[in-house]
Write a protein of this length. Structure first.
Length: 247
């Protein structure tokens, strides 16, 4: 476009400045420009990981005779509006079925490394793969089915169903890691340990122990550290979607 303007005798600098200016501050399906070099690096990593999860799930859905619909990635820091409502940094990464988007809070990665002691690129990749796991549940109808059951259940039973959903998302994250490693040789030495460390770090028991000094299993909504480790590893070791029975 700049070349055409120049050939027609116009001033290409104005167009070039306009293009560069608009691209630097515009939201996109892959997120938002952040300004910080470290946050830009994390945003780029998120996009790369999401693209790799798409390779895995396109192939697995095709084997089931289904078409995989890619989620939108929204990268934010601080606060964001979604079809599921407002969220801030205390929410952390989440999946919203209302707009089929994965929301990644970049500040959570600092918390993952600092507060939870789970640094590393692959620990960060696990977080994305887990949220994509919820998108897979949405496409397969699992989210609607379980949410309907939860709405008709008491608090403890609803919490138990929520735990099963989260553990299946961990299992799906392990499925992705299985194919990323075996099909595309994506994992390097120490990567699996980083992901397992992240899964353990965000267990309900670990978080409750850190925040209040005691654990109440009946209030778990995501699963214990041991459970999250177990099901991520199950997905990684088997690569088999049938290896986990949600109910």
């Amino acid at each position: 476009m700049v070349l055409i303007v120049a050939l027609l005798g116009g001033d290409p600098s104005a167009l070039l400045n306009q293009l560069l200016g608009s691209s630097a501050g515009t939201d996109s399906p892959a997120g938002t420009a952040t300004g910080s070099p470290e946050e830009d690096r994390l945003a780029d990593m998120c996009s790369v990981v999401l693209a790799d999860t798409e390779d895995t799930w396109h192939a697995l859905f095709a084997e089931m005779g289904l078409a995989y619909e890619e989620p939108t990635l929204v990268i934010y820091s601080g606060a964001v509006e979604s079809a599921c409502g407002s969220a801030d940094s205390s929410t952390g990464p989440f999946y919203c079925s209302g707009d089929r988007s994965v929301y990644i809070d970049l500040s959570f990665y600092r918390e993952l490394a600092g507060r939870f002691g789970a640094p590393g690129d692959f620990a960060q990749a696990y977080v994305i793969a887990h949220e994509v796991g919820h998108h897979v549940q949405e496409l397969l109808g699992t989210l609607d089915e379980v949410h309907s059951l939860m709405a008709r259940s008491g608090r403890e039973e609803a919490n138990a169903l929520s735990v099963r959903l989260e553990l299946q998302a961990d299992f799906y994250a392990g499925i992705w890691a299985h194919y990323a490693d075996r099909s595309r040789d994506l994992l390097e030495d120490g990567d699996l340990e980083e992901a397992l460390g992240a899964a353990a770090a965000v267990g309900d028991d670990r978080i409750q122990e850190q925040s209040r000094g005691y654990v109440t299993p009946e209030t778990f909504t995501h699963g214990s550290s041991a459970q999250r480790l177990r099901y991520f590893r199950l997905g990684y070791e088997t690569g088999n979607l049938a290896a986990f029975d949600l109910f």
